[in-house]
Design a protein around this ligand. Structure first.
Ligand code: ZN
Length: 120
């Protein structure tokens, strides 16, 4: 399921270049083009859904498990102290790309002074 107007679908297809961090047959993680932290990654399913509740439950479970595993790997590699996982639904929640769910993986360090405000 691909939406030809979706920038994340274009990233999946390689039409828009990205710096990939992780990829398998179902999911992709790439570095955010407007990072709010070092190694801020966006984790997405390769299937395009407009809304969170359109993703089947089994795929949602895989998404959450794989996203957590990607976050753990990423954080260990850079010795971060923690991480935020953020999923936004709808424009009112600042979710501007209609490819959902997409999860921001934001590595965190003590005293990094980051205010969480993802905008894509
Ligand atoms: Zn898409």
């Amino acid at each position: 399921m691909i939406d030809e107007h979706c920038i994340f679908c274009k990233i999946i297809q390689g039409i828009i270049p990205s710096k990939k961090y992780f990829e398998n047959d179902k999911f992709l993680a790439f570095f955010d083009i407007n990072p709010i932290a070092t190694n801020h990654v966006v984790f997405i399913a390769k299937n395009h859904y407009e809304n969170l509740n359109e993703m089947p439950d089994g795929e949602w479970q895989q998404f959450m498990i794989e996203g957590r595993n990607v976050a753990e790997k990423l954080v260990k590699e850079i010795n971060a102290d923690g991480y935020n996982l953020m999923i936004n639904q709808g424009r009112a929640a600042d979710s501007l790309v209609n490819h959902r769910p997409h999860m921001h993986i934001i590595p965190r360090f003590f005293n990094d002074n980051i205010k969480i405000d993802p905008r894509n």
